[in-house]
Design a protein around this ligand. Structure first.
Ligand code: HEM
Length: 177
C-alpha cells in the first residue's frame, strides 16, 4: 500500500493526539466525578449527575477511544510505522482493543444503567443493590482504564522495545580465554 510522507504523518498524528486527549480527558473527568462529587440532596440532582456521567461517556470517551483506534489504524497502514515492526506498537494495539471491548461490554452498561434507576427511584437509588454495584464496578473499571491510557501515552513517548525479536544493542563478541 502507498505510504504518506512526513506531512501526511503529521496530519494523522495531530488527529491521533486530539483523540488521545479526548479519551484521557473524558476518563479523568468521569473518574473525578465518581470519586469527588458531593452526595446529591434531591432526586433531580442524582438523576442529573447520572445523566452527566452518561453524557461524558457517550460524547467524550467513546469518540476519543474510537478516534484513537481509527487514527492508530491509519498511522499503521499509511506510514512506515506499520503494525508489527515494533513491540511498543503491538502492545498499544492489544491494549487499545482490549480497553475498547472492556469499555463497551463492561463499563458502558454500568454507566448507562444509572439514570434509569435514579429516574425511577430518586434518592432511594443510593440504597439499590444494582445501583451500588454499578457504581463500584464503574469506579474500579474506570481506574483500570485510566491507568491503561496513561501507560499507552508513556509507551508512545518513550517508545521502548523498538524492533522485534532482535536486541537493540548487539551483544559484544565473547572475549577469547
Ligand atoms: C490502535 C492503536 C494505536 C496505534 C497503532 C498507535 C500508533 C502510534 C504511532 C505509530 C505513533 C508514533 C507517531 C510518530 O511519532 O510519528 C503514535 C503516537 C502517539 N500515540 Fe498512538 N497508537 C495507538 C493508540 C494510542 C492510544 C490509545 C493512545 C493514548 C490514549 C495513544 C497516544 C499516542 C501519543 C500521545 C503519541 C505521540 C507520542 C510522541 O510523539 O511523542 N496512541 N501512536
Amino acid at each position: 500500500m502507498a505510504k504518506v510522507g512526513l506531512r501526511g504523518l503529521r496530519i494523522l498524528k495531530t488527529f491521533h493526539l486530539i483523540t488521545a486527549c479526548l479519551w484521557l480527558g473524558g476518563a479523568v473527568g468521569l473518574t473525578l466525578m465518581l470519586f469527588g462529587m458531593p452526595l446529591p440532596e434531591t432526586d433531580g440532582q442524582l438523576y442529573g449527575y447520572n445523566l452527566s456521567c452518561k453524557f461524558i461517556d457517550d460524547f467524550v470517551i467513546i469518540p476519543g477511544a474510537i478516534g484513537c483506534l481509527l487514527t492508530g489504524l491509519l498511522i499503521s497502514l499509511l506510514t512506515q510505522w506499520g503494525f508489527f515492526k515494533h513491540r511498543w506498537i503491538i502492545i498499544k494495539w492489544v491494549l487499545t482493543v482490549f480497553c475498547i471491548l472492556f469499555g463497551t461490554f463492561f463499563l458502558s452498561p454500568t454507566v448507562n444503567g444509572q439514570p434509569r434507576i435514579s429516574a425511577e427511584e430518586g434518592l432511594m437509588a443510593l440504597a439499590n443493590v444494582d445501583y451500588v454495584a454499578n457504581y463500584h464496578s464503574n469506579l474500579k473499571g474506570g481506574i483500570f482504564q485510566l491507568v491503561s491510557i496513561v501507560f499507552m501515552i508513556w509507551l508512545s513517548v518513550f517508545k521502548p522495545l523498538k524492533g522485534r525479536g532482535k536486541p537493540l544493542i548487539p551483544k559484544t563478541a565473547e572475549l577469547p580465554d
